[in-house]
Design a protein around this ligand. Structure first.
Ligand SMILES: Cc1ncc(COP(=O)(O)O)c(C=O)c1O
Length: 267
């Protein structure tokens, strides 16, 4: 949004004209900005072709998700409602990951029926429940385990998700126990280590720390994880003086991690 000759505009359209046509309140999104942000992101990380999952919690507008889908993005959902919205927008279930603490049995059963890519479990009791439901349905379910890496994202404490006092994920000891539990289950296929340290992150260093933590843990598990789900929302600049996260530095850290971890584990 910017003022052109003192008139507020969004993509050169006068905001007052939008208000006249659609009444207020009306939400406006800049398609060009969306396209630019997605393409910038893709370009910076294209060397290892990640599946980029849009956090549906940040915007559940089905029309917007439909546009995001057209760029090939998947979805990160944390409730059955968000999962339904992602499916309604046409996102391929094989590009959907279901994270979040406190999933109900109904939500787990629905996710299994929809054959989504991963259910990222956050506790021992959740894994046992997935195992029980999968067994009843005579299915083998792909899951991830969310690790709490005890890493400070250096953002506001209210939006931190990766420190030991935060409710998300399991600690290293439980993680290692759960890997054993999963490999012993006929109804669970452990595919992913997932991690998320917070939102609005503007410095690449917390990501580096997080990658070092997971590298050490992966080696201890001796498990071949097909996916590493890296989370922690990349911060956006709200003003001219604000810092901007360096995608380049984060990309270098991920590449180093992949090289080191893949080499050590002979993947
Ligand atoms: C698993 C997961 N995904 C996404 C988010 C949304 O945050 P962001 O988009 O900033 O990563 C959170 C926030 O708690 C989360 O825990």
């Amino acid at each position: 949004m910017k003022y052109i000759k003192k008139i507020l505009t969004i993509e050169k359209v006068k905001v007052r004209d939008i208000a006249k046509k659609f009444d207020t309140p009306t939400y406006c999104y800049s398609y060009n900005q969306l396209k630019k942000n997605i393409n910038d992101f893709k370009k910076n990380f294209e060397s290892f072709s990640p599946l980029i999952c849009f956090a549906i919690k940040s915007n559940t507008n089905v029309n917007l998700i439909r546009e995001i889908k057209k760029f090939g993005l998947g979805a990160d959902v944390v409730s059955i409602g968000e999962l339904m919205m992602a499916l309604k927008a046409g996102i391929n279930p094989k590009k959907i990951v279901f994270s979040g603490v406190g999933k109900t049995s109904k939500e787990i059963a629905y996710a299994i029926d929809k054959k989504i890519l991963l259910i990222n479990a956050e506790s021992k009791s959740e894994i046992k429940e997935i195992d029980r439901i999968a067994k009843n349905k005579k299915k083998k379910v792909q899951i991830g385990i969310r690790l709490n890496p005890n890493t400070d994202a250096n953002t506001l404490s209210q939006i931190s998700t990766g420190k030991k006092e935060n409710k998300f994920g399991v600690n290293e000891k439980t993680f290692l126990e759960l890997v054993n539990y999963c490999t012993g289950s006929k109804n669970i296929s452990l595919k992913c280590l997932s991690v998320h340290i917070g939102s609005q992150i503007l410095d690449h260093k917390p990501y580096e720390k997080m990658l070092n933590v997971i590298d050490k843990i992966i080696v201890k598990t001796k498990h071949n994880f097909e996916f590493i789900d890296l989370g922690g929302g990349m911060g956006i600049s709200y003003g001219d003086n604000n810092k901007k996260l360096s995608y380049t530095k984060y990309n270098i850290a991920i590449k180093k991690f992949l090289k080191k971890t893949l080499y050590k584990n002979n993947f």
